[in-house]
Design a binder for this molecule. Structure first.
Ligand code: ZN
Length: 202
C-alpha cells in the first residue's frame, strides 16, 4: 500500500516550507485529519492497520483513542477489528474516561491515534486505562512521525519517544521529515517565508 501517495492525494501531506508545532521548520507537513475526510479512505487505511495487528496475534478487546485527534482513526480501527470503541478526553488539563464509558479489570486495550509524534497523548490515555485496571496491549496510529519505532520498521526510536519499549506499536508508515531550527533552515536561507499550515486552507 502506497501510504504516502494516499496522504498526498488527500492533501494530508503538504510540501512547501512550514513551521512545525515544535517551532522547527520543515519542507513537509502532515495535516493528518485530512486523510480521514473521506470515510471510504479512512476505512481502507484502518483495515490495513487492523491487518497488521491481527497478523501479530495480539488479542484486543477494545480500542481507546485520545480525543480529539484519535477518535476517527480509533473508531474505524475498532470497526475493522470488530471490537468496542471508546475514547478518553481532556478535562481541565487531565485525561479522563467520561460519558459512561467503562473498562473491565484485565480488559485488553489498544490505544489508537491518527498520528503518533512522541506518543505523549497516547501515554496519557494508557495511564488512565491502566489506573482503571485494564491492560494496554498495543499502541497504533495510521502515521508514525518517526520519533518512535513501529513494528517492522528499521527506523530507530529517538530520545523524545514516550512509548514504552515492551508494548508493540503498529503504524502504516513512517513520515520522518527533515527538520531545521529557524536559524539553520536552508529554505529560509534561500529567501522563502515559512507558514503555519493550520492558519491557511491547504
Ligand atoms: Zn525555514
Amino acid at each position: 500500500m502506497d501510504v504516502e501517495g494516499i496522504y498526498k492525494e488527500a492533501h494530508a501531506l503538504l510540501e512547501g516550507h512550514f513551521i512545525l508545532s515544535s517551532g522547527n521548520h520543515s519542507n513537509r507537513y502532515l495535516q493528518s485529519a485530512k486523510v480521514l475526510e473521506d470515510p471510504k479512505r479512512a476505512s481502507m487505511l484502518a483495515e490495513a492497520l487492523a491487518k497488521l495487528i491481527q497478523e501479530s496475534g495480539i488479542e484486543v478487546n477494545t480500542v481507546c483513542a485520545p480525543a480529539l485527534g484519535g477518535i476517527l482513526a480509533g473508531y474505524e480501527l475498532a470497526r475493522a477489528l470488530n471490537v468496542r470503541s471508546i475514547f478518553v478526553e481532556r478535562k481541565e488539563g487531565n485525561m479522563e474516561l467520561r460519558r459512561g464509558f467503562e473498562v473491565k479489570q484485565g480488559e485488553k486495550i489498544l490505544i489508537c491515534e491518527d498520528i503518533i509524534t512522541t506518543g505523549g497523548s497516547a501515554m496519557e490515555a494508557a495511564k488512565i486505562i491502566e489506573e482503571l485496571g485494564a491492560t494496554v496491549v498495543a499502541f497504533a496510529s495510521l502515521a508514525n512521525r518517526g520519533f518512535c519505532q513501529r513494528e517492522g520498521s528499521d527506523l530507530k526510536p529517538k530520545a523524545e519517544c514516550k512509548l514504552p519499549n515492551k508494548v508493540p506499536f503498529f503504524a502504516l508508515d513512517d513520515f520522518a521529515f527533515e527538520m531545521f531550527s529557524p536559524e539553520e533552515c536552508p529554505l529560509c536561507k534561500a529567501g522563502s517565508q515559512a507558514i503555519k499550515p493550520g492558519s491557511r486552507n491547504a
